[in-house]
Design a protein around this ligand. Structure first.
Ligand code: C2E
Ligand code: MG
Ligand code: MG
Length: 627
């Protein structure tokens, strides 16, 4: 049987023995077992042969001349390349001390002489098995190490990926969090963040007696005009530029936020007094005095109205502070003062509440017939006869009595209630005139009815349609209706205005510019508009008789009207002297307390029936007369 390990190439054995018989015997015996055997007879040779081709195992005689087996073994163990080769000592000495030394110098086994073949083979085989096992262990270890390395790098890779994912997730989360608390356009804090901080500050003001904070509410003036004229993209660009300019005005401990649209807010924490907030408002105003360059080409001037609130522990909710800052901001917007800011005080709140009450009551009045019309005569200054009426709205308030339009028209304009209100006035006025016409009260049917149209009504896209519908419903001829508009209604949007005015003209509706002289008076525009009459504002009429200058202005207006092919009506004639002057200037019509105050329906009806003539010749006032 072959004793070398079949799975491996035959083991290589070096036999070292100075006794030739022993050497031959061992070599032959081992060769017979299939081992490759080299034999040498002294230690020196053994070292050379061993290094030339490394044997798997060495059988080494101890007792040899020159260099004994121990020394050979020590050399072998000292050299790195031969250190691991197992050495089995061969010796006749067979004493315990020799064996101990044999193991001490690095031998792995010991065979005593004379040799027992079985023992030699068994010990050789044993060592070879050990060798094989060791190398298998080494291989397995290497494999294991390799696998561990592979797994480690796989783990490292997945760990890296995991960390990357965690980072990405954290990043996404931070981004989401940022988005939830910030305005996407300007990157400033948004309403949610601002209200949260305001809430925290309010809680602190209640806890700490010497802690104070304030808030500023900024609203840009005329932003809508810029947005509409330059487009929303430019509007956005302007908002970003404003945010950038506001940023450096605000301390890092304060919070600047964009509440939405063109509204910005600032929370000023830990301030000593109100002056700090006012100083900030003034700083902002100065900053906004410098124009903005938008899209590299448009130079835009914009300023802001600022409301300021110094918070105190009487506030329960942050919304109340915001509300008061907003109220103060509106006061700043409305005030004519040069400063752009207002500090909130309680009277503002009370007034805002009253305004709200007016709005609510007015809404109800429009729905429940709480409005009525008065009619003020318009007189031909040539004939002294009644030419028509101006319909003037009144509010019959359940508790406050009759309220004149000056008190509620501004609220109606602001809230948009002017549109349904104006619709009611137009319908009611047309219906009334048509009713008087049907009643054949004695006057000829040349009477016209003037109805005021607010700017908001005039900019309603369905205005012409509405007029058509009302004329059709009331069966009034369009030529009896005169619409009074102010210059601002048409100058702001000239092209559209011309188109609307022309459509109205096509329906024979007459057009009059009310309160002329107080607004734009842009002559170049004026001549493009198909307007019939200029209604001279009361302010010019009331100054008649004071200075020559005033008279000159009045004359200029009448001349202007005539040169544009229009007729002139003078408002607010109160004295015969005023009337005389206007007549002299060739003003065609007049209206005012001199003739009559605005009349209720019954009085107006009686007046029509009486066919009045205020004078027959010259300037003499006759009162009603039959002609
Ligand atoms: P307006 O259109 O200029 O109307 C003339 C105003 O002057 C009326 O005031 C009239 O009562 C007043 N007035 C007339 N003659 C004299 C006078 O000799 N002396 C003085 N001191 N005042 C005189 P009222 O009725 O208070 O109306 C005020 C303004 O309210 C109107 O000015 C008009 O702009 C607006 N308004 C009135 N009714 C309506 C309406 O139905 N719709 C709209 N949009 N505005 C209306
Ligand atoms: Mg008017
Ligand atoms: Mg007027």
């Amino acid at each position: 049987m072959n004793n070398s390990l079949t799975a491996f190439p035959p083991a290589n054995i070096l036999v070292v023995d100075d006794t030739p018989n022993n050497l031959r015997f061992l070599s032959n015996t081992l060769k017979q077992q299939g081992y490759k055997v080299r034999g040498v007879v002294d230690g020196k040779m053994a070292l050379i042969v061993a290094k030339t081709a490394l044997p798997d195992i060495i059988l080494l005689d101890i007792k040899m001349p020159n260099m004994d087996g121990y020394e050979v073994c020590e050399h072998l163990k000292a050299a790195p390349e031969t250190r691991e080769i197992p050495v089995i000592f061969l010796s006749a000495l067979n004493q315990a001390a020799d064996k101990v030394k044999a193991f001490a110098v690095g031998g792995v086994d010991y065979i005593g002489k004379p040799f027992q073949v079985e023992e030699v083979l068994a010990r050789v085989k044993n060592q070879l098995n050990l060798l094989a096992a060791r190398s298998q262990i080494v291989r397995l270890n290497e494999e294991l190490e390799l696998r561990v390395k592979e797994r480690t790098s796989q783990l490292e890779e997945s760990n890296r990926k995991l960390q990357q994912e965690v980072l990405e997730r954290q990043h996404a989360q931070q981004k989401l969090l940022f988005m939830a608390w910030h305005d996407h356009l300007t990157g400033l804090a948004n309403r949610a963040l601002f209200m949260t901080r305001l809430n925290q500050s309010l809680a602190r003001v209640k806890r700490e007696s010497n802690y104070q904070f304030a808030m500023l509410f900024l609203d840009l003036n005329r932003f809508r005009v810029i947005n509409n004229s330059l487009g929303h993209l430019m509007g956005d660009e302007l908002l970003v530029a404003i945010a950038k300019r506001l940023g450096p005005c605000v301390k890092s401990s304060h919070l600047l936020a964009r509440l939405g649209g063109d509204e910005f807010t600032i929370l000023l924490e830990e301030i000593d007094n109100l002056d700090e907030a006012i100083a900030l408002a003034e700083r902002i105003q100065k900053k906004l005095d410098i124009s903005f360059k938008i899209a590299g080409q448009y130079e835009v001037f914009i300023n802001a109205s600022i409301g300021i609130v110094l918070a105190n522990d009487t506030y329960d909710k942050p919304e109340q502070i915001l509300r008061d800052a907003d109220t103060a901001m509106y006061w700043a917007k409305d005030s004519d003062r040069r400063t752009c800011y207002q500090v909130f005080d309680q009277t503002m709140h009370a007034k805002a509440l009253t305004r709200l009450q007016v709005e609510t009551d007015l809404r109800l009045a429009i729905e429940n017939q709480g409005l009525m019309l008065y009619y003020q005569p318009i007189v031909s200054l040539k004939t002294g006869k009644l030419a028509g009426f101006e319909a003037l709205v009144r509010w019959r308030h359940p508790t406050r009595g009759v309220i004149s339009p000056g008190h509620f028209i501004p609220v109606a304009e602001e809230t948009g209630l002017i549109v349904p209100m104006g619709l009611w006035v137009l319908r009611e006025a047309c219906r009334q005139l048509r009713e008087w016409q049907r009643q054949r009260l004695g006057a000829d049917d040349t009477l016209t009815l003037s109805v005021n149209l607010s700017v908001k009504q005039f900019s309603q896209p369905q205005l012409v349609e509405t007029v058509d519908r009302i004329l059709a419903e009331t069966e009034l001829d369009g030529s009896h209706l005169k619409l009074e508009i102010t210059e601002s209604a048409i100058v702001d949007n000239a092209e559209i205005a011309i188109a609307i005015l022309e459509q109205l003209k096509a329906r024979q509706v007459q057009l009059s510019i009310d309160d002329f002289g107080t607004g734009y008076s842009s002559l170049s525009y004026l001549q493009q508009f198909p307007v019939d009459t200029l209604k001279i504002d009361r302010a010019f009429v009331s100054r008649i008789g004071r200075t020559d200058e005033d008279l000159k202005i009045l004359r200029a207006i009448v001349t202007l009207a005539h040169s544009l092919g229009m007729r002139a009506i003078a408002e607010g004639i109160e004295t015969p002297q005023q009337l005389a002057h206007l007549q002299k200037l060739g003003c065609e019509f007049g209206q005012g307390y001199f003739f009559a105050r605005p009349l209720d329906i019954e009085s107006a009806k009686e007046l029509i029936a009486a066919q009045p003539c205020w004078y027959s010749n010259g300037l003499q006032r006759l009162g009603h007369c039959d002609l």
